[in-house]
Design a protein around this ligand. Structure first.
Ligand SMILES: [Fe+2]
Length: 261
């Protein structure tokens, strides 16, 4: 009789562990699905922004990996990169972003609200991803304290936002936009160099300018701009996103959802 009790306790404990593991896996899938739904909404609103944020995530991850950041921090940086422009999905801003003409001072002020609007959109996720809203709100802050919306300076700017700022600028220069043609890889590299210590974190700029990071960024850029990628995107119905750089944290077992329904 004495032997039976430990076995029962052991069986109950392992049952609890299995159940907890299954619940955790389900929560991770739900979290990935929620973020993917948000990204689909960005695509539906503006496929060009959807493609931009994915390229930015790709460049940001190269820099984050070179900085030796662990996988949790890299996921955090990827999330901030993917949602940094979600605040542009706003009635007051849509017309401004779709108008190729020069911004009036009033329109510029309206555009400058998008980091804070983005943080507000993402506020319900703050209990799960506290860094997300803060990183998104700070992606236009500058190292020298002259950015917006809060004039944060230096290390007060979240690391996620400092990395995304470099990746965002690099993509804005190398990819054609409604209001400006694409410029070359070397022009973009020069702009990042010029922003060292003023717009950007000087340590991160040094890392970005290292041969190892530059060659990876250039490869990623050529892949994203290749005619083959463009024709693949056309086949997908005009959405020009790059699926290989999105949701790397998504659990592999996503397709086996029926198991724990
Ligand atoms: Fe932005």
């Amino acid at each position: 009789m004495r032997d039976v009790i430990p076995i029962s306790i052991g069986a109950a404990a392992s049952g609890l562990i299995v159940r907890e593991h299954s619940m955790r896996a389900r929560a991770e899938r739900l979290s990935a699905a929620t973020l993917e739904t948000l990204l689909n909404a960005i695509d539906a609103n503006d496929a060009e922004t959807g493609a931009h944020v994915r390229r930015v995530a790709g460049y940001a991850l190269i820099l984050a990996k070179a900085a030796g950041l662990d996988v949790r921090r890299r996921h955090s940086i990827e999330r901030v990169a993917l949602f940094h422009d979600i605040g542009k999905m706003h009635g007051a801003l849509t017309d401004i972003f779709h108008d190729p003409s020069r911004l009036t001072p009033e329109e510029r002020r309206a555009v400058m609200t998008h980091p804070q609007r983005g943080a507000e959109v993402l506020a319900p996720l703050s209990a799960f991803y506290p860094e997300l809203g803060k990183g998104v709100a700070a992606h236009h802050e500058r190292w020298d304290g002259t950015g917006y919306p809060h004039c944060l300076k230096g290390g007060k700017i979240p690391l996620e936002a400092r990395i995304v700022a470099i990746a965002d600028t690099f993509d804005a220069i190398t990819h054609r936009r409604r209001y400006s043609p694409a410029r070359s890889f070397s022009e973009a590299v020069e702009a990042i160099r010029q922003g060292k210590g003023t717009q950007f974190d000087p340590g991160l700029v040094d890392l970005f300018l290292s041969q190892r990071v530059l060659s990876q960024v250039e490869r990623a850029m050529r892949r994203a701009h290749s005619p083959q990628r463009k024709s693949e995107n056309r086949r997908r119905g005009g959405q020009s996103h790059a699926p290989d750089i999105t949701f790397r944290w998504r659990p592999r077992s996503l397709s086996s959802q029926s198991q724990d329904r």
